[in-house]
Design a protein around this ligand. Structure first.
Ligand code: 3HC
Length: 687
């Protein structure tokens, strides 16, 4: 856990607890012992604390939350570091996050490698820095910078840390860090305790900050508590401020939001794991990726690889489409440069890795080929048939289909073991979710390679099995069906969307349709009107792009309720002989949110997802499901599966005879257990 090396009069203490040097009980105990030994040893004049492996420290051990923690507790340990009469220097490389940065804040000096990141991301776990961070950071860097780091939670670079006074020295070369820190410690004068620094701030700073970030803060407990704790730092002596911070932390850690956010953290990481994967499985090398189709999807997919330094060959059938696609990619990089998110040289480097071509055979040297043409089984089969002739042996062949049967696509090739689904979400260069769809014959090393590659390009991959719509689109389908039925029965688009917005979704189903385009999949015959959507399309109301869909839009694309759309909907009801009725928000919640959960349970029950938290990851990263609820399945467990079932039963008539309540969710509800346990159980849930 802890290694110590004496370099003449400087003791180097190395935190060594893979994978992230999290400050669990054993590490805290060993660190405390090492500090006491150092302070009692006359040969030691100064101390350096650094991390082994790829980072300084990833913070408190999140798995300990909600449990009785062994002493020393982190705040006490950090107080002890700060109280040392011998200078203590933190040497930060990789990351110093959360409790890890708080340890560094307890040290008297901090030096960092130029590539290091420093942050207090507790807020993203529904917490605040609970080991003195809210009291020490503002004393060191001022209230404004502390509010940014603590309430928004984004880590900062070593350079920025030096600018604001968080680190005392930045070392260019990580390899030299330990040596530099030892030299720094040897030469440094007296101890310098952050808790002794004076503290003041203008009252308006807090109001201004809260107003500027109102949307981020409003529904969440942790950012408000973070602000309160930093305010306490400006109003109370250090000791009292720390006590206040501790009581706020204790409240948050017990709260539903923090539990859900910690679940989301682990769900993302669990999703990366493939059940029954042999540890020694060899991954296939992926040096060049081929993308078939330079449309919005194909271009977005290509950017993921280009941005990570992987060469891409992009194929189109016509020069104009190819030029348009490449133009969009270039424009997207240009926009990132303009926003300061990317350096111009980085954008250049990414573009230089792109090979646009009209020659299908140019895919021959690709290690992975992703087909991203429109959703048509026959077209996809033709492409895969051709790909089978062209692709080199062992190449991974993926379809970006959102619904279609991967096994059927694979069946036209002579190598179904190499075929799988790689379902990106739009916009593919932005959305984090990727469903890695494992066909009946897909070999395991392909799935493992795809998962690792997706992580490498910054995605959250989730393994899915073949079913219509895989995990995400299948799970969300009932929401669309019920939203339209509710509209027919008397609800308004704004009412239905409001229920979803209040729930915490970034958009309601009708706002989403207006954004994506109401005419997607429309048959383009204005005479054939069998649904409300067709009625709107027939009137040219195709969404934001035509200035109106379910809502009206002004030139800035600001939405307002549409009397025209309402009249079209009312007319449709009249023609269909539907008498409109008052619809409660509760009914909307059950029919458009509980039904998502129910379908998620059916996905799990059918074995299309490996575990219930994978379905949460899909909801969180693919559909904007509010993170502070943990995802659809975690949220449902919190609400109670029996409550979900009761709600669905209450509206069974409205849901119709085709709607089935998942036997798994019934079983989990009646036996008060989790879905995973219900599934692994005695089969009582089988229909
Ligand atoms: N506690 C417990 N486990 C942790 C952990 C933590 N703080 N941070 C990471 N892990 C685990 C992960 O769950 C994962 O486990 P697995 O291999 O079994 O799935 C493993 O460590 C590796 O994690 P990653 O896959 O995320 O590794 P990366 O190299 O991609 O990222 C990281 C490293 C940037 C440190 C990232 O893990 C991370 O962001 N960790 C959380 C940081 C954080 O939020 N710290 C604050 C904790 S709360 C706190 O400190 C409270 C204090 O104020 C009192």
């Amino acid at each position: 856990m802890i290694e110590t090396v004496l370099h003449a009069d400087v003791l180097e203490i190395v935190l060594n607890s893979p994978p992230v040097n999290a400050l669990g009980g054993a590490l805290r105990r060993d660190l405390a012992v090492a500090l006491r030994v150092a302070s009692a040893d006359d040969a030691v004049r100064a101390i350096v604390i650094r991390g082994a492996g790829k980072l300084f420290c990833g913070g408190a051990d999140i798995t300990e939350f909600g449990q009785v923690r062994a002493k020393p507790l982190l705040p006490d340990l950090i107080n002890e570091i700060e109280s040392s009469v011998k200078p203590v220097v933190a040497a930060v490389h990789g990351s110093a996050l959360g409790g890890g940065l708080e340890v560094a804040l307890g040290c008297h000096y901090r030096i960092a490698a130029a590539t290091a990141k420093l942050g207090l991301p507790e807020v993203s776990l529904g917490l605040l820095p609970g080991a003195g961070g809210t009291q020490r950071l503002p004393r060191l860097v001022g209230v404004e910078a502390a509010l940014d780091m603590i309430v928004l939670g984004a880590p900062i670079s070593a350079m920025r840390a030096a600018e604001i006074g968080l680190v005392d020295e930045v070392v260019d070369d990580e390899v030299d860090l330990a040596g530099s820190a030892i030299a720094f410690a040897r030469n440094v004068g007296a101890v310098r305790r952050t808790r002794d620094l004076p503290m003041d701030a203008e009252e308006q700073l807090f109001e201004k900050f809260a107003a500027r970030h109102a949307r981020k803060i409003d529904t969440l407990d942790a950012p408000k508590a973070c602000i309160a704790a930093i305010r306490a730092a400006t109003e109370l002596p250090f000791g009292e401020g720390v006590a206040h911070e501790r009581s706020l932390f204790a409240e948050l850690v017990e709260g539903a939001q923090s539990k859900a956010l910690c679940h989301a953290f682990f769900a993302e990481r669990a999703a990366a794991k493939i059940d029954n994967l042999p540890a020694d499985i060899a991954l296939r090398p992926v040096r060049r990726v081929g993308v078939i189709g330079a449309g919005t999807m194909g271009g977005g997919i290509a950017m993921n690889f280009l941005s990570t330094g992987i060469a891409v060959t992009i194929v189109e059938t016509e020069q104009a489409a190819l030029d348009r696609g490449v133009g969009v990619i270039r424009a997207n990089y240009g926009a990132s440069v303009a926003r300061g998110r990317l350096k111009a040289e980085q954008a250049e480097a990414a573009m230089s890795l792109l090979t646009p071509t009209l020659v299908f055979e140019d895919l021959a040297d690709c290690d992975l080929v992703i087909e991203a043409v429109y959703e048509n089984m026959e077209v996809k089969k033709q492409i895969f048939c051709r790909l089978d002739q062209v692709a080199r042996p062992g190449a991974m062949l993926a379809s970006n289909t959102s619904y279609l049967d991967i096994d059927e696509i694979a069946s036209v090739t002579g190598r179904p073991q190499d075929v799988f689904g790689l379902h990106f979400f739009s916009p593919a260069n932005v959305m984090k979710l990727v469903e890695v769809v494992r066909g009946a014959q897909t070999s395991l090393d392909i799935v493992a390679t795809a998962m690792a590659l997706a992580r490498k390009v910054g995605k959250v991959p989730v393994v899915a099995r073949v079913c219509h719509g895989f995990i995400g689109n299948r799970m969300m389908h009932p929401r669309k069906v019920e939203a339209f039925k509710l509209l027919e029965e008397g609800a308004t688009p704004a009412q239905i969307d409001r229920v979803h917005l209040n729930f915490g979704m970034p958009m309601g189903p009708f706002q989403m349709m207006d954004l994506a385009g109401c005419d997607i999949g429309w048959h383009r015959d204005p005479e054939r009107v069998t649904t409300i959507l067709e009625a709107l399309c027939a009137e040219g109301r195709w969404g934001q792009k035509t200035g109106g869909g379910f809502y009206d839009y002004d030139t800035e694309r600001k939405a307002s309720p549409s009397p025209v759309a309402q009249a079209i909907i009312a007319d449709f009801r009249e023609r269909a002989g539907i008498v409109s009725r008052e619809i409660s928000d509760e009914e909307i919640t059950v029919r458009t949110i509980y039904t998502i959960v129910n379908e998620g349970a059916a996905v799990l029950e059918g074995g299309y997802a490996q575990r219930s938290s994978d379905i949460d990851a899909v909801g969180l990263y693919g559909y904007g499901w509010p993170r502070h609820t943990g995802g659809p399945m975690f949220w449902a467990e919190h609400v109670g599966f029996d409550t979900i079932v009761a709600g669905l039963e209450k509206y069974s008539e409205e849901l119709g005879p085709d709607f089935q309540i998942s036997p798994l969710i019934r079983h989990a509800g009646s036996s008060k257990t989790s879905l995973d346990r219900a599934k692994a159980g005695d089969g009582a849930c089988k229909s």
